[in-house]
Write a protein that binds this ligand. Sequence first.
Ligand code: PNS
Length: 162
Amino acid sequence: MFVAVYPGSFDPITNGHLDVIERGRKLFDKLIVAILRNPQKVPLFSIEEREAMIRETVKNFSNVEVAVFDGLLVKFARERGCRVIVRGLRAISDYEYATQIALVNRKMAPEIETIFLPTSAEYSYLNSTVVKEIARFKGCVRELVPAVVEEKLREKFNDISF
Ligand code: PNS
């Protein structure tokens, strides 16, 4: 069984993440979407909220699992038998940081390979921070996030009028 992990903060999941999941899942027997529980960051959505939104978003993808992890990604990947880490690359500006993390991960776990999937061009500008900023100021995020996330953002920012 060829298993890969797609890690991230997913605060919240966007259509850019979903694009990587949809394309990545075709490359492996199983893709685990792994949400980092990061005590150093104050997220907008709790880990439970983020997990629920991702579960709803990927519910029709039979080979996609959702999990939460703490600590080192490579430790989680080893425990779950993942041979590959999938990372989305939006633009060249993502490359330096993503490569640094990939090299650190390879140093710790040489048997696990990182692959970069270029995000589809239509989502190259998109990230969770941009989505939260638009929603906070009552802009429309309908084309940027799955429907369940749009709904949760509306609740979070108190009846945003889309
Ligand atoms: O969505 P993000 O915040 O860009 O995701 C970053 C993530 C979760 C992939 C990365 O921070 C991570 O793997 N963190 C876990 C700790 C770890 O293993 N760090 C790698 C060595 S620096």
